[in-house]
Design a protein around this ligand. Structure first.
Ligand code: FAD
Length: 385
């Protein structure tokens, strides 16, 4: 990656925002189980951070994905994973397909206010019975004149309690599961939508997650992105940016854990000497930092090829897999060296331990990443070698 002055200037803008607007409030937001998402998004919108890679014609900066990566990395400096996750949903999960395949009318109505921070978005793919198996989802959108009537539910939807729109994956016909789905932009105040109370989670406490129900929800068909039946393909493409974002976002969070643990073990003494003087500890810190650099290199490579317009399905899946596994390894190892203090709820490494656990599950679990990588390696049983 060749970072320019523009990248560094954006990096500073995001870093300052995290330091001044997010970190002083994280502890309270974690206790509240939410954060003032509209207020924070409007401030981010004013700085252009919600539209880094989005078209200038709709208020975006029109930059390439490498700038998004820089922002995702810096957001990883937040003292809690919840706010960055909510921001990532807005920029890299519920709007990429809209920006790429939506028409001008849809972009005016949904993308422009998402970029300015006026509207909060969410992405509705998972269902109670269909998380990993996206093709098996049951929510339907049936044609009725010029409209769709939507029935079903979506599970674990980040941002949904505060969201103004949902980018919804629904079955628009009875055909083959990969060809019967469409992505539809649905305003959350449409009659028939109910958002359940937000879920009590292990981590990402300051981000709201809830189940969304659709009961005869009528929306115009003009809210469908692209041609009918192309939603699965668009969602798979949308997942690539989500996965690169997820990997990039965890890098500095993990470095933060290593650095905080180094500081702590320098101060904490056992048997008359600082903990860090034990070779098993300073060697472990070196190993973890090396692994983090390897994750960074992999993520940058995926990003670089994505910017060049190449298919990065395999590299993005590898980066996501590595991020999830390394996240668990780093936070678990670091927590160990904090001893009893590491087991306390408020401990920063304990919070990271809870927050990063999501990376191996959300946006495609580790095993789904392995399946994709195997498919592309030609090693899945029953497929041509
Ligand atoms: C905090 C949070 C926020 C989320 N936000 C959103 C959101 O905004 N929008 C959205 O649509 N979804 C969201 N999700 C849902 C998330 O994407 C799913 O939980 C995830 O895709 C896994 O689906 P599942 O939970 O149904 O697990 P399942 O599909 O039931 O799988 C359970 C486990 O089995 C294993 N597994 C699954 N399939 C295989 C296989 N073929 N081979 C081997 N092992 C396998 C994996 O380890 C997996 O974790 C969120 C989830 C959480 C926890």
């Amino acid at each position: 990656m060749q970072f320019t002055e523009e990248h560094e200037s954006l990096r500073k803008t995001v870093r300052d925002f995290v330091q001044n607007e997010i970190n002083p409030n994280c502890d309270q937001w974690e206790k509240d189980g939410r954060f003032p998402i509209h207020e924070i998004f409007r401030k981010l919108g004013d700085l252009g951070i919600l539209g880094i890679q989005k078209p200038e014609a709709f208020g975006g900066m029109g930059l390439d994905y490498s700038y998004n990566l820089v922002a995702a990395e810096e957001l990883g400096m937040a003292n809690a994973g919840g706010p960055p996750l909510a921001i990532g949903v807005q920029t890299d999960m519920c709007t990429p397909a809209l920006a790429r395949f939506g028409n001008d009318e849809q972009k005016e109505e949904f993308l422009r206010p998402a970029i300015s921070g006026e509207k909060v978005g969410c992405i509705g793919v998972s269902e109670v019975g269909a998380g990993s198996d996206v093709a098996g989802m049951k929510t339907t959108a049936k044609e009725d004149g010029d409209d769709y009537i939507i029935n079903g539910h979506k599970m674990w939807i980040t941002n949904s309690p505060s969201a103004d729109f949902i980018c919804l994956l629904a079955n628009t016909s009875d055909g083959k599961p990969h060809k019967n789905k469409s992505l539809i932009m649905v305003p959350m105040d449409t009659p028939g939508i109910t958002v359940a109370p937000h879920l009590d989670k292990l981590g990402m406490r300051s981000s709201e997650t809830a189940q969304v129900y659709f009961d005869d929800v009528r929306v115009p068909q003009r809210y469908r992105i692209g041609a009918e039946g192309t939603g699965f393909m668009m969602q798979m493409l949308q997942f690539q940016e989500e996965r690169i974002w997820g990997a990039a976002n965890i890098i500095k969070a993990l470095e933060g854990c290593v650095n905080k643990t180094i500081d702590y073990t320098r101060e904490r003494e056992t048997f008359g000497q600082p903990l860090i003087n034990n070779q098993s500890i300073h060697f472990r810190m070196a190993e973890l930092q090396t692994e983090i650099e390897a994750l960074r290199a992999l993520t940058y490579q995926a990003c670089e090829l994505h910017v060049e317009g190449k298919d990065v399905t395999q590299l993005a899946s590898m980066a996501k897999l590595k991020a999830g596994r390394l996240g668990r390894e780093v936070t678990d190892s670091c927590l160990q060296y904090w001893g009893g203090n590491g087991y306390m709820w408020e401990n920063p490494v304990a919070r990271a331990y809870r927050d990063v656990r999501l990376v191996s599950i959300g946006g495609g679990a580790d095993e789904i990443m392995l399946g994709i990588i195997c498919k592309l390696m030609g090693t899945l049983p029953g497929r041509k070698q």
